[in-house]
Design a protein. Structure first.
Length: 202
């Protein structure tokens, strides 16, 4: 594989800049500021941001231009449901693998809860051994990152939740992982209204 072009490298750096910071739903994406930061012309920078619209990680609105997608109940609910479907499919594939799925080392004991959650779901996606599944989960990780970064306080006991996933992973317990995936998403779908309130109240 050849060396990535400057445009491709800037695109990857742009994704990290826009998605890996403390972004907020509805936050405006400043094209001129990004172009200046990356020493890139405004027009090609706009084209790179347009690529992110295709991934649904950025939206273009008539009034505010490019923004991080707003926190809307239906969108948050549907993306969580989609994530659950993908992960349960990957686990179902693993349960019917006659050779037995691989469980590579996974450390969820991290201060960064969002990073640990994303690593967990990407690890589960690997059970499918399909690039489409990997891409779908990575895309959901990007789209839900602004929601996962919200300070939910006592609404969700993240450390306990991740400890349960860690124990199931270490025990190679696919059925328990299935139950925990369902439980994780049921909990969040029930909290969608609270997520929206937090997104615009913090």
């Amino acid at each position: 594989m050849g060396k990535p072009s400057r445009s491709e490298k800037i695109y990857e750096d742009l994704r990290k800049e826009v998605l890996n910071g403390r972004v907020r739903p509805g936050q405006k994406v400043d094209i001129e500021a990004l172009a200046g930061k990356f020493d890139f012309s405004t027009l090609p920078m706009r084209m790179l941001v347009n690529r992110m619209i295709g991934d649904r990680t950025i939206e273009l609105t008539p009034s505010d231009g490019f923004i991080i997608p707003a926190a809307k109940e239906r969108r948050i609910r549907e993306v969580h449901k989609w994530n659950k479907c993908i992960l349960l499919m990957a686990l179902e594939i693993a349960m019917h693998d006659d050779t037995g799925p691989a469980f590579p080392p996974l450390d969820l004991d991290k201060d960064d809860i969002v990073a640990a959650t994303e690593a967990l779901f990407l690890a589960i996606a690997e059970f499918s051994d399909m690039d489409e599944t990997r891409y779908a989960v990575a895309n959901v990780n990007d789209r839900l990152r602004p929601i996962r970064q919200l300070d939910t306080g006592p609404l969700i006991d993240h450390p306990t939740e991740l400890k349960e996933f860690q124990a199931a992973w270490d025990d190679h317990n696919l059925k328990l992982l299935q139950r925990l995936v369902r439980k994780y998403h049921t909990r969040r779908i029930a909290l969608v209204k609270e997520f929206v309130a937090l997104a615009y109240g913090q």
